[in-house]
Write a protein that binds this ligand. Structure first.
Ligand SMILES: [Zn+2]
Length: 416
Protein backbone atom coordinates (compact mmCIF):
# COMPACT_ATOMS: atom_id res chain seq x y z
CA UNK A 1 0.00 0.00 0.00
CA UNK A 2 1.23 3.46 -0.86
CA UNK A 3 1.78 5.69 2.18
CA UNK A 4 -0.63 8.58 1.64
CA UNK A 5 0.97 11.77 2.89
CA UNK A 6 -2.12 13.89 2.23
CA UNK A 7 -3.97 11.93 4.93
CA UNK A 8 -2.05 13.96 7.49
CA UNK A 9 -1.35 17.23 5.66
CA UNK A 10 -3.44 18.59 2.78
CA UNK A 11 -1.07 21.53 2.35
CA UNK A 12 1.97 19.37 1.60
CA UNK A 13 2.73 20.25 -2.03
CA UNK A 14 6.34 18.95 -2.28
CA UNK A 15 7.63 15.60 -1.12
CA UNK A 16 10.41 13.05 -1.58
CA UNK A 17 9.71 9.46 -2.51
CA UNK A 18 11.10 6.41 -4.21
CA UNK A 19 9.75 4.63 -7.28
CA UNK A 20 8.29 1.27 -6.30
CA UNK A 21 7.26 0.02 -9.73
CA UNK A 22 6.92 1.21 -13.32
CA UNK A 23 3.81 0.34 -15.33
CA UNK A 24 4.70 0.47 -19.05
CA UNK A 25 1.29 0.60 -20.72
CA UNK A 26 -0.01 2.94 -23.45
CA UNK A 27 0.07 5.58 -20.77
CA UNK A 28 3.22 5.24 -18.72
CA UNK A 29 2.62 5.12 -14.99
CA UNK A 30 4.51 4.72 -11.75
CA UNK A 31 3.79 3.63 -8.20
CA UNK A 32 5.71 5.31 -5.36
CA UNK A 33 6.43 4.18 -1.82
CA UNK A 34 4.71 7.36 -0.54
CA UNK A 35 2.79 10.15 -2.21
CA UNK A 36 1.06 13.47 -1.61
CA UNK A 37 -0.86 13.14 -4.91
CA UNK A 38 -4.59 12.62 -4.37
CA UNK A 39 -6.16 9.89 -6.54
CA UNK A 40 -9.74 10.32 -7.83
CA UNK A 41 -12.03 8.93 -5.12
CA UNK A 42 -14.94 9.82 -2.87
CA UNK A 43 -16.29 12.38 -5.35
CA UNK A 44 -13.05 14.40 -5.39
CA UNK A 45 -11.02 14.54 -8.61
CA UNK A 46 -7.31 13.78 -8.75
CA UNK A 47 -4.36 16.11 -8.41
CA UNK A 48 -1.93 16.91 -11.20
CA UNK A 49 1.68 18.07 -10.93
CA UNK A 50 5.19 16.88 -11.66
CA UNK A 51 7.60 14.09 -10.82
CA UNK A 52 11.20 15.34 -10.82
CA UNK A 53 14.34 13.24 -10.85
CA UNK A 54 18.02 14.10 -10.70
CA UNK A 55 18.05 15.99 -7.40
CA UNK A 56 20.81 13.60 -6.38
CA UNK A 57 24.00 14.04 -8.36
CA UNK A 58 24.35 10.33 -9.02
CA UNK A 59 21.01 10.16 -10.93
CA UNK A 60 20.16 11.64 -14.35
CA UNK A 61 17.57 14.44 -14.33
CA UNK A 62 14.08 14.58 -15.78
CA UNK A 63 10.75 16.33 -15.26
CA UNK A 64 7.55 14.40 -15.87
CA UNK A 65 4.06 15.85 -15.94
CA UNK A 66 1.54 13.90 -13.82
CA UNK A 67 -1.72 14.01 -15.77
CA UNK A 68 -3.86 11.65 -13.74
CA UNK A 69 -3.74 9.85 -10.41
CA UNK A 70 -5.86 6.80 -9.74
CA UNK A 71 -6.44 4.31 -6.98
CA UNK A 72 -5.75 0.66 -7.83
CA UNK A 73 -7.84 -2.11 -6.30
CA UNK A 74 -4.94 -3.23 -4.10
CA UNK A 75 -4.71 0.23 -2.49
CA UNK A 76 -1.75 1.44 -4.56
CA UNK A 77 -1.78 4.99 -5.93
CA UNK A 78 -0.95 5.01 -9.65
CA UNK A 79 0.57 8.18 -11.17
CA UNK A 80 0.05 8.50 -14.94
CA UNK A 81 2.77 10.50 -16.69
CA UNK A 82 2.76 12.44 -19.94
CA UNK A 83 6.26 11.86 -21.26
CA UNK A 84 7.78 8.47 -22.08
CA UNK A 85 9.59 7.17 -19.04
CA UNK A 86 13.33 7.64 -19.11
CA UNK A 87 15.61 6.99 -16.17
CA UNK A 88 12.64 6.09 -13.99
CA UNK A 89 12.94 2.66 -12.48
CA UNK A 90 12.28 0.93 -9.19
CA UNK A 91 14.47 2.52 -6.56
CA UNK A 92 14.83 5.90 -8.36
CA UNK A 93 14.66 8.77 -5.93
CA UNK A 94 12.11 11.41 -7.01
CA UNK A 95 10.59 14.65 -5.87
CA UNK A 96 6.88 15.15 -6.23
CA UNK A 97 5.34 18.56 -6.91
CA UNK A 98 1.59 19.00 -6.59
CA UNK A 99 -0.17 21.63 -8.73
CA UNK A 100 -0.98 23.78 -5.71
CA UNK A 101 -3.63 26.00 -7.36
CA UNK A 102 -5.63 22.95 -8.44
CA UNK A 103 -5.27 21.30 -5.01
CA UNK A 104 -6.37 24.51 -3.24
CA UNK A 105 -9.44 24.65 -5.47
CA UNK A 106 -10.29 21.04 -4.65
CA UNK A 107 -9.81 21.65 -0.92
CA UNK A 108 -12.16 24.64 -1.10
CA UNK A 109 -14.85 22.72 -2.98
CA UNK A 110 -14.59 19.57 -0.88
CA UNK A 111 -14.53 21.37 2.47
CA UNK A 112 -17.49 23.49 1.36
CA UNK A 113 -19.31 20.25 0.63
CA UNK A 114 -18.84 19.07 4.23
CA UNK A 115 -20.15 22.39 5.60
CA UNK A 116 -23.07 22.43 3.18
CA UNK A 117 -24.04 18.80 3.77
CA UNK A 118 -24.02 19.40 7.53
CA UNK A 119 -26.11 22.56 7.07
CA UNK A 120 -28.82 20.66 5.17
CA UNK A 121 -28.92 17.99 7.90
CA UNK A 122 -29.06 20.51 10.73
CA UNK A 123 -31.70 22.71 9.14
CA UNK A 124 -33.93 20.28 7.28
CA UNK A 125 -32.76 16.75 8.12
CA UNK A 126 -31.76 16.19 4.50
CA UNK A 127 -28.72 13.86 4.30
CA UNK A 128 -26.26 13.99 1.42
CA UNK A 129 -26.12 10.69 -0.47
CA UNK A 130 -23.49 11.63 -3.05
CA UNK A 131 -21.00 14.31 -4.01
CA UNK A 132 -19.74 15.12 -7.49
CA UNK A 133 -16.88 17.44 -8.43
CA UNK A 134 -16.68 18.64 -12.04
CA UNK A 135 -14.14 21.04 -13.54
CA UNK A 136 -16.29 24.13 -13.08
CA UNK A 137 -18.93 23.27 -10.49
CA UNK A 138 -19.79 20.71 -7.81
CA UNK A 139 -23.01 19.09 -6.72
CA UNK A 140 -24.47 17.12 -3.84
CA UNK A 141 -27.51 14.87 -3.98
CA UNK A 142 -29.83 15.33 -1.02
CA UNK A 143 -32.08 12.52 0.07
CA UNK A 144 -35.56 13.80 0.77
CA UNK A 145 -37.93 11.24 2.20
CA UNK A 146 -39.66 13.49 4.67
CA UNK A 147 -43.20 13.69 3.35
CA UNK A 148 -43.84 16.99 5.11
CA UNK A 149 -41.30 18.67 2.86
CA UNK A 150 -41.45 16.75 -0.43
CA UNK A 151 -39.65 19.46 -2.37
CA UNK A 152 -36.61 21.61 -1.86
CA UNK A 153 -37.66 25.24 -2.05
CA UNK A 154 -35.79 28.47 -2.66
CA UNK A 155 -36.00 29.58 0.99
CA UNK A 156 -34.42 26.32 2.16
CA UNK A 157 -31.60 26.68 -0.34
CA UNK A 158 -30.94 30.24 0.81
CA UNK A 159 -31.05 29.24 4.49
CA UNK A 160 -28.53 26.44 3.95
CA UNK A 161 -26.29 28.82 1.97
CA UNK A 162 -26.49 31.43 4.75
CA UNK A 163 -25.65 28.93 7.52
CA UNK A 164 -22.76 27.46 5.51
CA UNK A 165 -21.29 30.92 4.93
CA UNK A 166 -21.65 31.80 8.63
CA UNK A 167 -19.66 28.67 9.53
CA UNK A 168 -17.03 29.71 6.95
CA UNK A 169 -16.85 33.25 8.38
CA UNK A 170 -16.44 31.88 11.91
CA UNK A 171 -13.18 30.32 10.71
CA UNK A 172 -13.66 27.09 12.63
CA UNK A 173 -10.85 24.56 12.97
CA UNK A 174 -10.95 21.58 10.63
CA UNK A 175 -9.09 18.68 12.21
CA UNK A 176 -8.10 15.22 11.03
CA UNK A 177 -8.56 12.37 13.51
CA UNK A 178 -7.98 8.64 13.21
CA UNK A 179 -10.24 6.37 15.26
CA UNK A 180 -11.29 2.74 15.33
CA UNK A 181 -14.63 1.74 13.91
CA UNK A 182 -16.05 1.12 17.38
CA UNK A 183 -14.94 4.55 18.57
CA UNK A 184 -16.45 6.12 15.46
CA UNK A 185 -19.78 4.42 16.09
CA UNK A 186 -19.96 6.13 19.50
CA UNK A 187 -19.08 9.58 18.13
CA UNK A 188 -22.26 10.03 16.11
CA UNK A 189 -20.82 10.69 12.67
CA UNK A 190 -22.90 12.43 10.01
CA UNK A 191 -22.06 9.53 7.72
CA UNK A 192 -20.53 6.20 8.71
CA UNK A 193 -18.91 4.43 5.74
CA UNK A 194 -19.63 0.74 5.07
CA UNK A 195 -17.64 -1.64 7.27
CA UNK A 196 -14.42 -2.17 5.35
CA UNK A 197 -11.54 -0.71 7.27
CA UNK A 198 -10.66 -1.11 10.91
CA UNK A 199 -9.41 2.46 11.21
CA UNK A 200 -11.36 5.50 10.07
CA UNK A 201 -10.14 8.95 9.12
CA UNK A 202 -12.47 11.60 10.48
CA UNK A 203 -12.82 15.22 9.40
CA UNK A 204 -13.91 17.31 12.36
CA UNK A 205 -15.24 20.80 11.72
CA UNK A 206 -15.30 22.04 15.27
CA UNK A 207 -18.73 21.81 16.89
CA UNK A 208 -20.44 21.60 13.52
CA UNK A 209 -19.66 18.46 11.55
CA UNK A 210 -17.94 15.14 12.10
CA UNK A 211 -17.70 12.69 9.24
CA UNK A 212 -15.44 10.00 7.83
CA UNK A 213 -13.60 11.08 4.67
CA UNK A 214 -10.35 10.37 2.85
CA UNK A 215 -10.20 13.62 0.88
CA UNK A 216 -8.18 16.81 1.15
CA UNK A 217 -9.64 19.67 3.21
CA UNK A 218 -8.75 23.12 4.48
CA UNK A 219 -7.36 23.58 8.01
CA UNK A 220 -9.81 26.33 8.95
CA UNK A 221 -13.21 27.02 7.40
CA UNK A 222 -12.20 30.60 6.53
CA UNK A 223 -9.91 29.14 3.84
CA UNK A 224 -13.01 28.01 1.94
CA UNK A 225 -13.68 31.69 1.24
CA UNK A 226 -17.39 31.35 0.66
CA UNK A 227 -19.97 29.10 -0.94
CA UNK A 228 -22.63 29.98 -3.49
CA UNK A 229 -25.54 27.64 -4.26
CA UNK A 230 -26.69 27.51 -7.86
CA UNK A 231 -29.08 25.23 -9.72
CA UNK A 232 -31.30 22.69 -7.97
CA UNK A 233 -32.97 19.84 -9.82
CA UNK A 234 -35.13 16.88 -8.94
CA UNK A 235 -33.29 13.55 -9.16
CA UNK A 236 -34.51 10.08 -8.40
CA UNK A 237 -33.68 10.00 -4.69
CA UNK A 238 -34.31 13.64 -3.94
CA UNK A 239 -32.64 16.85 -5.06
CA UNK A 240 -29.36 17.74 -6.70
CA UNK A 241 -27.85 21.03 -5.55
CA UNK A 242 -25.05 22.62 -7.54
CA UNK A 243 -22.57 24.87 -5.77
CA UNK A 244 -19.29 26.69 -6.22
CA UNK A 245 -16.86 27.67 -3.46
CA UNK A 246 -13.82 29.92 -3.01
CA UNK A 247 -12.17 31.18 -6.19
CA UNK A 248 -14.67 29.19 -8.26
CA UNK A 249 -17.47 31.21 -6.69
CA UNK A 250 -15.67 34.42 -7.64
CA UNK A 251 -15.02 33.18 -11.20
CA UNK A 252 -18.66 32.14 -11.55
CA UNK A 253 -19.94 35.45 -10.20
CA UNK A 254 -17.59 37.25 -12.64
CA UNK A 255 -19.00 35.25 -15.59
CA UNK A 256 -22.58 35.83 -14.45
CA UNK A 257 -21.95 39.55 -14.11
CA UNK A 258 -20.33 39.80 -17.56
CA UNK A 259 -23.28 37.96 -19.12
CA UNK A 260 -25.79 40.15 -17.36
CA UNK A 261 -23.88 43.32 -18.27
CA UNK A 262 -23.80 42.31 -21.95
CA UNK A 263 -27.53 41.58 -21.87
CA UNK A 264 -28.32 44.83 -20.07
CA UNK A 265 -26.36 46.77 -22.72
CA UNK A 266 -28.62 45.28 -25.43
CA UNK A 267 -31.58 46.84 -23.64
CA UNK A 268 -29.67 50.01 -22.67
CA UNK A 269 -30.74 49.22 -19.12
CA UNK A 270 -29.21 48.55 -15.71
CA UNK A 271 -28.53 44.90 -14.88
CA UNK A 272 -31.34 44.64 -12.34
CA UNK A 273 -33.85 45.92 -14.90
CA UNK A 274 -33.04 43.09 -17.35
CA UNK A 275 -35.98 40.78 -16.39
CA UNK A 276 -38.46 43.64 -16.68
CA UNK A 277 -36.99 44.77 -20.02
CA UNK A 278 -36.96 41.23 -21.38
CA UNK A 279 -40.59 40.72 -20.36
CA UNK A 280 -41.53 44.00 -22.06
CA UNK A 281 -39.72 43.00 -25.26
CA UNK A 282 -41.38 39.59 -25.34
CA UNK A 283 -44.81 41.19 -24.92
CA UNK A 284 -44.00 43.55 -27.80
CA UNK A 285 -42.89 40.67 -30.02
CA UNK A 286 -46.11 38.81 -29.25
CA UNK A 287 -48.28 41.79 -30.10
CA UNK A 288 -46.29 42.58 -33.27
CA UNK A 289 -46.56 38.98 -34.40
CA UNK A 290 -50.32 39.16 -34.00
CA UNK A 291 -50.45 42.39 -36.02
CA UNK A 292 -48.22 40.84 -38.68
CA UNK A 293 -50.48 37.82 -39.01
CA UNK A 294 -53.53 40.02 -39.37
CA UNK A 295 -51.84 42.23 -41.97
CA UNK A 296 -50.62 39.20 -43.90
CA UNK A 297 -54.13 37.71 -43.88
CA UNK A 298 -55.50 40.94 -45.40
CA UNK A 299 -52.67 41.21 -47.91
CA UNK A 300 -53.11 37.60 -49.05
CA UNK A 301 -56.88 38.05 -49.45
CA UNK A 302 -56.34 41.15 -51.61
CA UNK A 303 -53.60 39.45 -53.62
CA UNK A 304 -55.85 36.41 -54.23
CA UNK A 305 -58.62 38.67 -55.50
CA UNK A 306 -56.21 40.48 -57.86
CA UNK A 307 -54.72 37.25 -59.20
CA UNK A 308 -58.15 35.76 -59.85
CA UNK A 309 -59.27 38.96 -61.60
CA UNK A 310 -56.30 39.02 -63.94
CA UNK A 311 -56.28 35.27 -64.73
CA UNK A 312 -58.49 34.42 -67.75
CA UNK A 313 -60.72 31.39 -67.56
CA UNK A 314 -59.53 28.50 -69.70
CA UNK A 315 -61.36 25.19 -70.21
CA UNK A 316 -63.82 26.22 -67.51
CA UNK A 317 -61.22 26.87 -64.78
CA UNK A 318 -58.51 29.33 -63.79
CA UNK A 319 -54.88 28.22 -63.50
CA UNK A 320 -52.72 30.51 -61.34
CA UNK A 321 -48.98 29.89 -61.66
CA UNK A 322 -46.74 32.21 -59.67
CA UNK A 323 -43.25 32.31 -58.12
CA UNK A 324 -42.48 34.63 -55.20
CA UNK A 325 -39.34 35.59 -53.36
CA UNK A 326 -38.97 36.83 -49.81
CA UNK A 327 -42.14 34.95 -48.81
CA UNK A 328 -42.22 31.87 -46.64
CA UNK A 329 -44.12 28.60 -47.11
CA UNK A 330 -46.93 29.80 -44.84
CA UNK A 331 -47.54 32.80 -47.08
CA UNK A 332 -47.88 30.82 -50.32
CA UNK A 333 -49.94 28.16 -48.54
CA UNK A 334 -52.35 30.76 -47.23
CA UNK A 335 -52.57 32.28 -50.73
CA UNK A 336 -53.25 28.87 -52.30
CA UNK A 337 -56.06 28.29 -49.82
CA UNK A 338 -57.61 31.70 -50.46
CA UNK A 339 -57.40 31.23 -54.25
CA UNK A 340 -58.97 27.78 -54.29
CA UNK A 341 -61.70 28.63 -51.77
CA UNK A 342 -62.81 31.92 -53.28
CA UNK A 343 -63.87 30.16 -56.45
CA UNK A 344 -64.95 26.60 -57.23
CA UNK A 345 -62.77 26.23 -60.30
CA UNK A 346 -59.22 27.27 -59.48
CA UNK A 347 -55.88 25.49 -59.61
CA UNK A 348 -52.94 27.23 -57.92
CA UNK A 349 -49.33 26.23 -58.55
CA UNK A 350 -47.28 28.49 -56.26
CA UNK A 351 -43.62 28.61 -55.35
CA UNK A 352 -41.26 30.77 -53.34
CA UNK A 353 -37.52 31.10 -53.94
CA UNK A 354 -36.58 32.60 -50.59
CA UNK A 355 -36.00 32.53 -47.67
CA UNK A 356 -36.43 28.77 -48.20
CA UNK A 357 -37.41 27.37 -51.64
CA UNK A 358 -40.87 25.80 -51.33
CA UNK A 359 -43.90 24.82 -53.42
CA UNK A 360 -47.64 24.63 -52.73
CA UNK A 361 -50.07 23.07 -55.22
CA UNK A 362 -53.83 23.33 -54.62
CA UNK A 363 -57.12 22.93 -56.43
CA UNK A 364 -60.74 23.82 -55.63
CA UNK A 365 -62.88 20.97 -54.38
CA UNK A 366 -64.28 18.99 -57.32
CA UNK A 367 -61.35 19.62 -59.70
CA UNK A 368 -60.13 16.38 -61.26
CA UNK A 369 -56.36 16.44 -60.66
CA UNK A 370 -54.16 14.97 -57.92
CA UNK A 371 -52.05 17.75 -56.38
CA UNK A 372 -50.15 15.37 -54.09
CA UNK A 373 -49.00 13.28 -57.03
CA UNK A 374 -48.18 16.31 -59.21
CA UNK A 375 -46.13 17.91 -56.42
CA UNK A 376 -44.19 14.70 -55.79
CA UNK A 377 -43.32 14.44 -59.52
CA UNK A 378 -42.25 18.09 -59.61
CA UNK A 379 -40.14 17.82 -56.45
CA UNK A 380 -38.46 14.68 -57.78
CA UNK A 381 -36.92 16.83 -60.53
CA UNK A 382 -35.71 19.36 -57.96
CA UNK A 383 -34.40 16.88 -55.40
CA UNK A 384 -36.89 18.06 -52.80
CA UNK A 385 -39.37 16.37 -50.47
CA UNK A 386 -43.04 16.86 -49.76
CA UNK A 387 -46.56 15.60 -50.23
CA UNK A 388 -50.22 16.09 -49.38
CA UNK A 389 -53.76 15.32 -50.44
CA UNK A 390 -55.46 15.52 -53.83
CA UNK A 391 -56.59 19.07 -52.96
CA UNK A 392 -53.51 20.54 -51.26
CA UNK A 393 -49.84 19.57 -51.23
CA UNK A 394 -46.65 21.29 -50.08
CA UNK A 395 -42.92 20.65 -50.08
CA UNK A 396 -39.44 22.13 -50.03
CA UNK A 397 -36.58 22.15 -52.53
CA UNK A 398 -32.88 22.35 -51.68
CA UNK A 399 -32.26 25.33 -53.99
CA UNK A 400 -34.30 27.77 -56.07
CA UNK A 401 -32.52 26.64 -59.24
CA UNK A 402 -34.92 25.14 -61.80
CA UNK A 403 -37.95 26.13 -59.72
CA UNK A 404 -39.60 28.19 -62.48
CA UNK A 405 -38.98 25.58 -65.16
CA UNK A 406 -40.40 22.83 -62.93
CA UNK A 407 -43.44 24.96 -62.19
CA UNK A 408 -44.00 25.62 -65.92
CA UNK A 409 -43.70 21.88 -66.65
CA UNK A 410 -46.28 21.12 -63.94
CA UNK A 411 -48.65 23.70 -65.48
CA UNK A 412 -48.02 22.18 -68.93
CA UNK A 413 -49.03 18.75 -67.66
CA UNK A 414 -52.41 20.19 -66.67
CA UNK A 415 -52.99 21.16 -70.30
CA UNK A 416 -52.16 24.84 -70.19
ZN1 LIG B 1 -14.15 15.17 2.64
Amino acid sequence: MTDRLYYHDSFLYNFDAEVRSVVETERPAIVLDRTAFYPTSGGQIHDTGWIVTGERESEPGGRFRVTEVAEAEDGQVVHYLEAPLKNLQPGTHIQGEIDAARRRDHMQQHSAQHVLSAAFVRLFNMPTVSFHMADDYCSIDLQIDNLDTPALNKEQVESAERLANEIILENRLVEIRFVTRDEAAKLGLRKLPPAERGQLRLIDIRDFDLTACGGTHVEQTGQIGGVFLRKTEKVRQGYRVEFVAGQRAVATARRDFDTLTETAALFSAGIYDVPQQARKSLDEIKSLRKQLEQTQEELVAALAATLLAETPEDQGRKLVVRTFSGRDLNFIKLLAQKLTRQSSAVIALLATESPQPALVFAQSAGQPYDMGKLLKETLAKLGGRGGGSKELAQGGAPTAQGLNAALAAAAQSLGR
